[in-house]
Design a protein around this ligand. Structure first.
Ligand code: ADP
Length: 429
C-alpha cells in the first residue's frame, strides 16, 4: 500500500459524497413518514419529492409525469412551479418526457430550445422558458410508471452526480408513489364501504320500525279473533298469531342491530350475582323451548359472586346464543349452560354447550360476522337473519369481554363462551 498523503481534494470529494448520501437518506425517511401517516396523501408526497429533486440537482424546477392507465396517456402529476393549471395536462409521447418513458432511459438536454422533441405547451403555461432538462424514468417493480424531470440547472452542465442523485430519488419515488396510490385507493374503498354500511344500517332501522306498526295491528286483531267462539276462526287466528310472533322476533332482531354500534358508555352496568343472570336466562329459555323438550341443564358453583354488567343487554347476548343452541340441536338432545368464576384470568365465564349440528373449524370465527350464516341462504333449513351472534359479540365487547366458539366439527355439537372481566367489578365496590 502506498503511504503517500491523501489529497485534500479527495477528502473534500468524500465529504461531499457523505453529505449527499445523508441527504438522500433523509429524503427516504421523510417519504416513509409521509406514507406511514394514516392520512397518507399522495400530493404531499409528490410535493416533497419535487422540492428534493430540484434542490439536489440545483435546478429551478421539477415535475413528476405519470402514466395514467385510465387515460392511456402521460399526465403531469406534480410540479414545483406555481402553474397549478399544468397538473393534469397530457404530455405527448414524442416529447422529451415521452421519450424517457418509452425508452426507459435517462435523457439530458443542455439546450431545450433547439431540441425538436421539446413540448412547448408547458412553457406557454409556465412562467419561465425551459432551457435545460434532465429526466429519468420512474420504475416500480420492473414497470415504468412515469418520469421525474428537473428543469433549468442553475449552472450547466448536468453532472454524473445529478444523474445519479435523480436516479436514486426516482427509485425511491417510484415505490413511494405506487404505495401511495395503493393506500389512497384503499382509503377510498374503505370510505365507500363505510358509507354503504351506514346506508344499510339506516335502511334496516327505518324498515324495521315501519314494519313494527302494521304488525302490531295484525297481532291486535288476531288476538281479538282468538277469543271467538267459532273454533275454526280462533284456530286460524292462532296460526296468524304464531306467524306474526315469528315475524316480530325477526323485526326485533333487526332493531337490535343498532347494538352493534353499542359503546361501553351507553351500558347501564350494575353489580349482579352471576346466579341471578343464570336464573333469568333459564326462565327466558324455558319459555321458548317448552315445545321442543330439550334436556336443559344449568350448572353453577358460586351463585352469590357478582358481575358488573348491563343486565338487559347481557341477557340479550346470552339469549341469542342459547336460542341458537336450541335451534341447531335436535329435540331431545342435551344443552348445558355453565357459569364459573376463573380467578386465574380474573373472569366470569359463561359457556353454552350443545350437542347439535356442530360447526366446522374454518367457520368458528366467521359466524360472528354480521349477516353471516354457515348454510347458504337458498338452501337454509333454519330461519334467522344471521345477526344474533354479531349482536352478542358487540354486547360482550362493549363489556370489554371475550366471546368465542369451539366445536369438534360437523355433528359434534358446539360450545360458545362468554368471558367477562371481574376487575371492573372491584373498581365499583
Ligand atoms: P342466525 O342464527 O339468525 O342465522 P347467528 O348470528 O345467530 O344468526 O348465527 C350465525 C350462524 O352461525 C348460523 O346461521 C349458524 O350457521 C351458525 N351457528 C350459530 N350457533 C350455532 C350452533 N349452536 N351450532 C351450529 N351452528 C351455529
Amino acid at each position: 500500500m502506498s503511504d503517500a498523503p491523501i489529497e485534500i481534494g479527495y477528502i473534500q470529494q468524500l465529504e461531499a459524497e457523505v453529505k449527499n448520501l445523508k441527504r438522500l437518506l433523509e429524503i427516504n425517511n421523510v417519504l416513509n413518514t409521509i406514507l406511514l401517516k394514516p392520512t397518507a396523501n399522495i400530493d404531499a408526497l409528490l410535493g416533497y419529492l419535487m422540492n428534493a429533486a430540484a434542490t439536489l440537482t440545483s435546478s429551478q424546477s421539477a415535475s413528476v409525469i405519470l402514466w395514467r392507465e385510465d387515460l392511456d396517456a402521460l399526465v403531469i402529476a406534480a410540479t414545483t412551479t406555481d402553474a397549478t393549471n399544468l397538473i393534469g395536462r397530457v404530455v405527448p409521447l414524442d416529447s422529451i418526457a415521452g421519450t424517457i418513458f418509452k425508452d426507459q432511459k435517462v435523457v439530458q438536454v443542455d439546450d431545450a430550445t433547439t431540441d425538436p422533441r421539446h413540448y412547448e405547451g408547458i412553457d406557454q403555461t409556465n412562467k419561465f422558458v425551459t432551457r435545460s432538462l434532465l429526466g429519468v424514468p420512474l420504475i416500480a417493480r420492473d414497470k415504468v410508471i412515469g418520469v421525474l424531470e428537473v428543469i433549468n440547472k442553475h449552472t450547466l452542465p448536468w453532472t454524473i452526480e445529478d444523474i445519479r442523485n435523480l436516479s436514486v430519488l426516482a427509485g425511491e419515488a417510484a415505490i413511494a408513489i405506487e404505495v401511495g396510490q395503493l393506500v389512497m385507493a384503499l382509503q377510498k374503498a374503505n370510505a365507500e364501504l363505510a358509507e354503504l354500511d351506514n346506508l344499510k344500517n339506516d335502511f334496516i332501522a327505518i324498515a324495521s320500525h315501519e314494519l313494527r306498526t302494521p304488525l302490531g295491528i295484525i297481532m291486535g286483531y288476531a288476538s281479538f279473533l282468538q277469543e271467538e267462539d267459532d273454533a275454526s276462526v280462533s284456530e286460524q287466528a292462532s296460526k296468524v298469531m304464531e306467524s306474526a310472533m315469528q315475524l316480530r322476533r325477526i323485526i326485533d332482531a333487526m332493531i337490535n342491530l343498532r347494538y352493534l354500534k353499542q359503546k361501553t358508555e351507553s351500558l347501564q352496568r350494575e353489580p349482579i350475582p352471576l346466579g341471578a343472570i343464570m336464573d333469568d336466562l333459564k326462565h327466558d329459555t324455558l319459555a321458548v323451548t317448552s315445545s321442543r323438550t330439550h334436556q336443559l341443564e344449568f350448572v353453577m358453583d358460586d351463585v352469590e359472586s357478582r358481575i358488573f354488567v348491563d343486565r338487559t343487554r347481557l341477557l340479550m347476548a346470552l339469549n341469542n346464543i342459547l336460542n341458537n343452541a336450541v335451534i341447531y340441536t335436535p329435540a331431545g338432545n342435551k344443552i348445558t349452560v355453565t357459569g364459573r368464576f376463573h380467578p386465574e384470568t380474573n373472569e366470569a365465564v359463561i359457556s353454552i354447550q350443545d350437542t347439535g349440528i356442530g360447526i366446522e373449524q374454518d367457520q368458528l370465527e366467521r359466524i360472528f360476522k354480521e349477516f353471516y350464516q354457515v348454510e347458504d341462504h337458498m338452501v337454509r333449513r333454519y330461519g334467522g337473519l344471521g345477526i344474533g351472534l354479531s349482536i352478542a359479540q358487540a354486547v360482550v365487547h362493549a363489556h370489554h369481554g371475550r366471546i368465542w366458539a369451539e366445536s369438534d366439527g360437523l355433528g359434534k355439537g358446539a360450545t360458545f363462551f362468554v368471558a367477562l372481566p371481574l376487575a371492573e367489578l372491584d373498581e365499583q365496590d
